[in-house]
Design a protein around this ligand. Structure first.
Ligand code: MG
Length: 253
């Protein structure tokens, strides 16, 4: 009997540590896969196909107040600035996999058809707070249109944007990216957690435990090396954002 109890306890401990494994988020979608590209529709489809927990992408608001999905402010090899160009100009850009830069509408329409993958939406820091507030309103409207509010987490380097989303979607998990606030400050602001760079969290590994004790979650980006993946798995973060989601999945098996 005692032996059986011990065995059960050991099994529960093992199961507990399995459950506590970090979840895998594909950074800018699974763009390192064949025929994919950063922030392309294909990158979301490919993240979904491998069973990633979530797929991250970046959102800008154009000069004519439309939302598009892209990372850099100025698209490499062009002089097209996401905030200064119109949506028509931006969406004419062709990505390395042959797709055009997608609108947020196209992106969410696709995400709505892939119910197993969590939507990790990053709103980029815009040129002023008014534009950020407007972009946040428009993003929330789009998420509602596609029934995606419950399946979306929001992340931003802009504290103003985080707080604008918090006002609009009080029950949605919003994570701050900029790495300059302690877990205690994040909790006071009512945000769900910290989503900090590898560099910041290696400097402040104690923030993981502090965050957990405050009921917050921790995501780390962008973790691509095997040694770093192992470090953050052992540190007990909740999510790892990586350009190589299948590599991380293999390590977690
Ligand atoms: Mg991003």
């Amino acid at each position: 009997m005692k032996k059986k109890l011990l065995f059960t306890a050991a099994w529960l401990l093992a199961a507990g540590s399995l459950l506590a494994q970090p979840k895998v988020i594909a950074h800018r979608g699974y763009w390192t896969a064949p025929e994919s590209a950063q922030n392309s529709l294909a990158s979301f489809t490919k993240a979904d196909a491998i069973g990633a927990f979530g797929s991250e992408f970046d959102v800008w608001m154009t000069a004519d107040d439309k939302l598009i999905v892209n990372h850099d402010k100025v698209y490499k090899g062009t002089d097209i600035n996401m905030e200064k160009a119109t949506a028509k100009e931006v969406t004419q850009i062709v990505l390395p996999n042959g797709e055009n830069i997608p609108t947020l509408d196209q992106y969410l329409q696709l995400a709505a058809q892939k119910p197993a993958t969590r939507v990790i939406l990053e709103m980029k820091t815009l040129s002023d707070y008014n534009r950020e507030d407007l972009a946040a309103e428009k993003i929330v409207k789009a998420l509602k249109k596609y029934g995606l509010v419950e399946r979306t987490d929001i992340i931003s380097f802009s504290l103003n944007a985080c707080l604008a989303f918090k006002k609009l979607l009080p029950d949605t998990n919003i994570y701050y990216l900029n790495g300059d606030l302690t877990p205690k400050s994040i909790q006071r602001l009512g945000l769900a957690g910290i989503d900090y760079s590898e560099k910041v969290l290696r400097k402040h590994p104690e923030w993981v435990k502090q965050a957990h004790e405050l009921g917050l979650e921790v995501n780390v980006w962008t973790v691509d090396k095997e040694e770093s993946m192992k470090y953050f798995i052992d540190l007990g973060v909740d999510y790892i954002t990586t350009n190589y989601p299948e590599k991380l999945q293999a390590m977690l098996k």
